[in-house]
Design a binder for this molecule. Structure first.
Ligand SMILES: [Zn+2]
Length: 357
C-alpha cells in the first residue's frame, strides 16, 4: 500500500508538518515514495456529539436513508458520531470502513406519549429502570433520556419523570457501565439530573447561573445544539393556539438561551458541538453548528475544539494527531481558526487512512 503524504499546519497546535498515512495510521516518519494527497490545514476528525442515524421526521428510516445520512455527515468532515437515540438498529454502520465511527445511545427513553411519535421506547415511571437497563445493554456506553416534553394535559413543558425516578435510572445506567444524557429544554428538569450525577445535558436552554457551577464541578458536559434551539420560536408559534403556556415557555427559553450557554462556558462546563441531524435537522451540517456556537459568543478555538480535538478526547479517542494515531482528519485550504466558514468546504476527508471525500 502506497503511503499518503499531507502537509500543512496540524491543529490544535498549528505546527506545520509533513504527515504521512500508512496502514490507516498517522506517522511523521518520512515515507520515501509517498503520494502527495493534499496540502492545507489539517484538523483531527470532526465529532458530531449529537445526531441521529436512522431517524427521520416520522421515526425510523430505511437503511439506505440511514446510510445517506452517515455519508452526508462524513462528507462534511464528521468522522466520529455520538448518536443520541435512534429507533433503527444501526450496528451495521460500525462494520463499514467507509462510514463514520459511531457511538450509539440505542433508543431514546421517554414518558408515554411525551415525545415525537415512533422515536422512543415509551414507559411510565415504574418501567423506567428496566428500560434503562435494556438500552444500556443495546448501546455503546450511552443512554438517552427525554428529560422533558410538553404535557398536553398541563399545557406546558414539564419534566418527563419525577426527580427520584431519574436519579434511580441514572444509577442503573452507571451500574451497567453506561453514561447518561438527557434532552432538556426546561429549567425544572435540570437540578435533579445534575444532583443525581448525569453525564451530559443536551440542549440545556434552561440552565441558570446556580446550576452551571455544580455542573462544572461534577464534570457534566453540555451539547447546546444551537441550530436546534433556534427553532423554538417556530415551535412556539405552532403551539400558540392550543398551548399558550407552552408557547410562552419556549419563547422565554429561546430569549435566554445565549445567557444559558455563555454562563455554562464561563463556569468551565465542557461544551461540545452537536448538529441534531436526523429529527428536524439535516445531516452534514456540523460546520453550521460550529459557526452558530461562535456567533453566540464562544471563541473560534473553543467552538472548533468542541467539534474536534476536545470532543474526541471526551469520547475516548485521540484528541490530536499523534504518531500512530488512527488517520481520521480533515484538510482545509485555509485556516479554519481564522475563518470558521472554511469548514463548509473540506479539501480532503480522510477516514481510517482512506481519502473518502
Ligand atoms: Zn436530538
Amino acid at each position: 500500500m502506497v503511503a499518503l503524504k499531507f502537509s500543512g499546519p496540524v491543529l490544535p497546535d498549528g505546527e506545520s508538518r509533513e504527515l504521512y498515512v500508512v496502514d490507516g495510521r498517522v506517522t511523521y516518519e518520512r515515507q520515501p515514495g509517498a503520494e502527495t494527497a493534499a496540502t492545507g490545514w489539517i484538523v483531527p476528525g470532526l465529532v458530531d456529539a449529537h445526531c441521529h442515524i436512522g431517524l427521520g421526521a416520522d421515526g425510523a428510516v430505511p437503511a439506505e436513508v440511514a446510510e445517506q445520512q452517515a455519508v452526508a455527515d462524513r462528507d462534511g468532515g464528521a468522522l466520529l458520531l455520538r448518536d443520541c437515540g435512534s429507533p433503527l438498529d444501526t450496528r451495521w454502520v460500525q462494520e463499514r470502513e467507509d462510514l463514520p465511527r459511531l457511538i450509539r445511545a440505542a433508543r431514546h427513553i421517554a414518558r408515554t406519549r411525551r415525545y415525537m411519535r415512533n422515536y422512543a421506547e415509551e414507559v411510565e415511571p415504574a418501567g423506567l429502570a428496566a428500560a434503562v437497563a435494556e438500552q444500556a445493554q443495546r448501546g455503546d456506553g450511552w443512554v438517552k433520556l427525554v428529560g422533558d416534553w410538553i404535557d398536553r394535559d398541563a399545557g406546558d413543558l414539564l419534566p418527563s419523570f419525577p426527580a427520584e425516578d431519574f436519579a434511580a435510572a441514572i444509577k442503573v445506567a452507571h451500574d451497567h457501565g453506561a453514561k447518561v444524557t438527557a434532552h432538556c429544554f426546561s429549567h425544572d428538569v435540570l437540578p435533579g439530573l445534575i444532583e443525581a450525577g448525569i453525564d451530559c445535558i443536551e440542549h440545556g436552554t434552561g440552565l441558570t447561573p446556580d446550576l452551571v457551577e455544580p455542573m462544572a464541578e461534577k464534570g457534566i458536559a453540555l451539547v447546546p445544539t444551537v441550530l436546534q434551539t433556534a427553532i423554538f420560536p417556530d415551535l412556539a408559534a405552532q403551539a400558540l393556539p392550543k398551548f399558550p403556556d407552552y408557547a410562552a415557555t419556549m419563547t422565554d427559553l429561546h430569549r435566554r438561551r445565549r445567557d444559558a450557554i455563555m454562563s455554562a462556558f464561563e463556569a468551565g462546563v465542557a461544551l461540545y458541538a452537536g448538529s441534531d441531524g436526523g429529527g428536524n435537522q439535516r445531516h452534514g451540517i456540523l460546520h453550521e453548528e460550529v459557526l452558530a456556537l461562535h456567533a453566540i459568543g464562544l471563541p473560534a478555538e473553543v467552538a472548533l475544539g468542541a467539534a474536534s480535538w476536545r470532543a474526541r478526547e471526551w469520547l475516548g479517542w485521540n484528541a490530536g494527531l499523534g504518531e500512530g494515531d488512527p488517520a481520521d482528519f480533515v484538510v482545509y485550504a485555509a485556516d479554519p481558526l481564522a475563518d470558521l466558514s472554511v469548514l463548509a468546504r473540506p479539501a480532503a476527508v480522510v477516514l481510517r487512512g482512506n481519502v473518502v471525500a
